[in-house]
Design a protein around this ligand. Structure first.
Ligand SMILES: C[S@@+](CC[C@H](N)C(=O)[O-])C[C@H]1O[C@@H](n2cnc3c(N)ncnc32)[C@H](O)[C@@H]1O
Length: 242
């Protein structure tokens, strides 16, 4: 007698389907939504500047500072900092109980770095690499002996880590837009990232699009994908396990 076997869901097929679905149904909407948000914030910012001109400035300044950086430098790639929902989703993937050394790609002014330092032990260490000089210097003012901020590109993460005496990291977390790198740079960066992780370490990258999915699957045997809608714009969180 023939026994029925449960249908086997191949992880690769599943990811391919998710990617295809997002590319065909969601990505255009995200891009359109981002343009709408940019236009909305531009208008709000110009109203705010008018107020500032007339001496009616209030604490709205901090609300717009991230957006002003974005307008000056599109490679900042985000109009608002990550929300607590996205940050918590990233932290859930970190295995914080076993995490001491973290490398952060693209911390901006430290929206994720600061809560991360609160969760790390006194012996912990964070190496944060930010290419935007103004944002890097804001984070450099943050007083915590466990934090080292480098103004530079993660493309040279191997050199930065060696110069700072970082051996192997438990976690590498990334907010940089991989879409701004060339395909070769993306591959090289993922190679360097894998090399810098201890066995069992994790690479966690939060991204607007699914473009990183194929590369993650190429460089890591196991990859998880989460999605956080409560962020502007919504983000995918890719976790690769070494
Ligand atoms: C989308 S923002 C994320 C900022 C912050 N981590 C957050 O969660 O809100 C991306 C950041 O990566 C930085 N960045 C982009 N390319 C980079 C690179 N090649 N090396 C280092 N930082 C980079 C940008 O300047 C920006 O601050």
């Amino acid at each position: 007698m023939k026994t029925k076997t449960a249908p086997h869901l191949d992880k690769k097929d599943f990811f391919d389907k998710v990617e295809e679905f997002v590319e065909n149904h969601i990505e255009e909407k995200i891009k359109k939504g981002l343009d709408d948000v940019e236009n909305f914030l531009k208008k709000e910012l110009s109203d705010f500047k008018q107020k500032r001109k007339h001496g009616k400035e209030d604490d709205e300044a901090s609300v717009f500072s991230y957006f002003e950086h974005f307008l000056k430098d599109k490679k900042v790639a985000s109009v608002t900092p990550s929300t607590k929902f996205l940050i918590n989703k990233v932290f859930k993937r970190m295995d914080l109980g076993n995490t001491r050394t973290v490398i952060e790609y693209g911390p901006a002014a430290g929206v994720m770095t600061k809560p991360l330092l609160r969760r790390l032990p006194a012996t912990g260490r964070v190496l944060a690499v930010e290419r935007n000089g103004e944002l890097a210097s804001i984070l450099q003012q943050f007083q915590d002996p466990r934090l080292t901020v480098i103004h530079g590109s993660v493309i040279e993460i191997d050199r930065h880590a060696a110069e700072q005496g970082i051996g192997l990291a438990d976690v590498i977390v990334s907010g940089i837009p991989f879409s701004f790198l060339t395909p070769l740079e993306r591959h090289q960066l993922l190679h360097k990232t894998v090399d810098l992780l201890r066995p069992g370490g994790r690479f966690i990258a939060y991204q607007v699009t699914t473009h990183l999915a194929a590369l993650m699957k190429y460089h890591f045997q196991d990859v998880d994908i989460d999605f956080e809608v409560r962020n502007l714009p919504p983000h995918f969180v890719f976790t690769g396990y070494k």
